[in-house]
Write a protein that binds this ligand. Structure first.
Ligand code: FAD
Ligand code: NAI
Length: 468
């Protein structure tokens, strides 16, 4: 039986990054993945295909509604969904084969098949033909990720009642897309199909967007999305969905108890994801789980109750984000190699890739109040920024929250174009324990969108914003 110092189960952003870092640190590493292509949910059916479609649909929307303002007139605008999907598949193909290259470059042995614990140190790999092979590892990292949550009232059939796995691969634009769950997937894929012409109705149990994130900034994002035609039904329950020919009838109930039937041609179920532990054999060898079925680990040590077995990414607690999984992958490999791997969860940014984008790091006003932390607020709007004007993208705002006494950054929220790139500066500032004044006194190139963050930091520091 082949023996490894580190075996990683699952080749998503958590697993493949852990494997590379362990190999860089001199370990003999194997990675087991049941999918034919590497990269996990993120590269195959998550972050990358959804962003490819968001970018394509943004270009369509720009051509249809925005280029005229720049003095550019083009003839009739058509969408070729097949070509759009082919481009998305090409992007996915390139990034997943990029991971293959990285495995080879770092001399990591790749096994194709389902990994299952036989003992604390032995894994059985079963391929699609049922052929098995066992390997043994001194250290084993579970990085098996997550899959969409399905519930009995919404039986997913992959045609009319679908998950994100199907919504990134439709062959035509639905007339009416009913989305259950106003989370990140609902908003992003709702934006894609909404821009391409679908009516998008989002049914959400809670009264607002983005859970505990800053309510005013969530409200700002909601208003902009509503202006784009997205229709939200908050505090609404879904009782069931029935497929009738090519249509689906969804029974909903509002907060007053009034029941209605919504008729659409597709229902996207995007109510969260559950950890992937089916067929892994983890319970059988005594690995403990949390109440919600995630693998239980020592906080920031990624070690399960069995000391040589670790877990990272979506399969453990915390936000289900690719960059969180990657950072945990680096940290766990460093810990296994005897170094001091660590993840600063306070500095992990969240991003919603709608247009304009929404991005934040740290706490919002409601959470700060709930924790009794005294804070100051600084704001700056995109319409006061020369670059945003030049881009003809005036919608949005930056909010900086800083400690009232020490000026230390507590939260940065951005609703605006390219917020996803702008938030990196705030995340680095958090990592360095920066104050609002640190950002305010750093030179920001002109004219750039990053100046809006600086202006908001000036406003938070001592109300000395120059341009607003
Ligand atoms: P995964 O990426 O889920 O990888 C786990 C891998 O393990 C899978 O390939 C699976 O096949 C394999 N596996 C499972 N069990 C076994 C087994 N027993 N044996 C062998 N292999 C196994 N996050 C972001 O940060 N930014 C985004 O823009 C973003 N967009 C998203 C869009 C969509 C539509 C979705 C669905 C998710 C998105 N996410 C995004 C979330 C992101 O994809 C996940 O947080 C991330 O992929 C988690 O990484 P992971 O390595 O923990 O698990
Ligand atoms: P989510 O957790 O973001 O949102 C689910 C939403 O569904 C919540 O608002 C919840 O209140 C609501 N909900 C739950 N049950 C419901 C019900 N029965 N009826 C109506 N509403 C209900 O989950 P989502 O959007 O499925 O995404 C899954 C994961 O993927 C997220 O954890 C997210 O972090 C990750 N992801 C990240 C992206 C990004 O970083 N840009 C993009 C897409 C996904």
């Amino acid at each position: 039986m082949e023996q490894y110092e580190v075996i990683v189960i699952g080749a998503g952003p958590g697993g493949y990054v852990a494997a590379i870092r362990a190999a860089q640190l001199g370990k003999k590493v194997a990675i087991i993945e049941k999918r034919k292509t590497l990269g996990g949910t993120c590269l195959n059916v998550g972050c990358i295909p959804s962003k490819a479609l968001l970018d394509s649909s943004e270009e369509y929307d720009k051509a249809k509604h925005k280029l005229g303002d720049h003095g550019i007139t083009i003839g009739s605008i058509k969408i070729d969904i097949k070509k759009m999907m082919d481009r998305k598949d090409k992007v996915v193909g390139e990034v997943t084969s990029g991971v293959d290259y990285l495995m080879k470059k770092n001399k990591i042995t790749r096994y194709l098949g389902l990994g299952k614990f036989v003992s604390k140190t032995e894994i059985q790999i079963t391929d699609d033909d049922g052929k098995t092979e066992n390997i043994s590892g001194t250290n084993i990292i579970i990085a098996t990720g997550s899959t969409p949550i399905e519930i009995p009232p919404l039986p997913v059939d992959g045609k009319n009642i679908i998950t994100s796995d199907h919504a990134i691969a439709l062959d035509s634009v639905p007339e009416h897309l009913i989305i259950v769950g106003a989370g990140v997937i609902g908003l992003e894929l709702g934006s894609v199909w909404g821009r391409l012409g679908a009516k998008a109705t989002i049914v959400e149990l809670l009264p607002r967007l983005f859970g505990t994130a800053d309510a005013a900034m969530a409200g700002l994002s909601q208003r902009i999305l509503e202006k784009q035609g997205m229709n939200f039904l908050f505090e609404t329950k879904v009782h069931g969905a029935k497929v009738k020919g090519k249509k689906v009838e969804v029974e909903i109930e509002d907060k007053e108890g009034k029941k209605t039937i919504l008729e659409g041609d597709k229902v996207l179920v995007s109510i969260g994801r559950r950890p992937n532990t089916d067929g892994l054999g983890a319970g059988e060898i005594g690995i403990e789980f949390t109440e919600r079925g995630r693998v239980k680990v020592k906080p920031n040590h990624f070690q399960t109750n069995i000391p040589n077995i670790y877990a990272i990414g979506d399969v453990i607690d915390g936000p289900m984000l690719a960059h969180k999984a990657e950072d945990e992958g680096i940290a766990v490999a460093e810990l296994i190699a005897g170094q001091f791997g660590h993840v600063n969860y306070r500095a992990i940014p969240s991003i919603v890739y709608t247009w304009p984008e929404v991005a934040w790091v740290g706490l919002g006003e409601e959470e700060l109040k709930a924790q009794g932390i005294e804070y100051k607020v600084g704001k700056s709007v995109f319409k006061a920024n020369a670059r945003a004007k030049a881009m003809n993208e005036p919608d949005g705002q930056v909010k900086v929250l800083a400690d009232k006494k020490t000026d230390k950054l507590l939260g940065v929220y951005i609703v605006g174009p390219r917020a996803s790139d702008m938030i990196a500066e705030a995340a680095v500032a958090f990592e360095f324990g920066a104050s609002a004044e640190d950002i305010a006194r750093s030179t920001h190139a002109h004219p750039t969108l990053s100046e809006i963050l600086r202006e908001a930091a000036m406003d938070a520091d001592a109300k000395w914003s120059i341009h607003s």
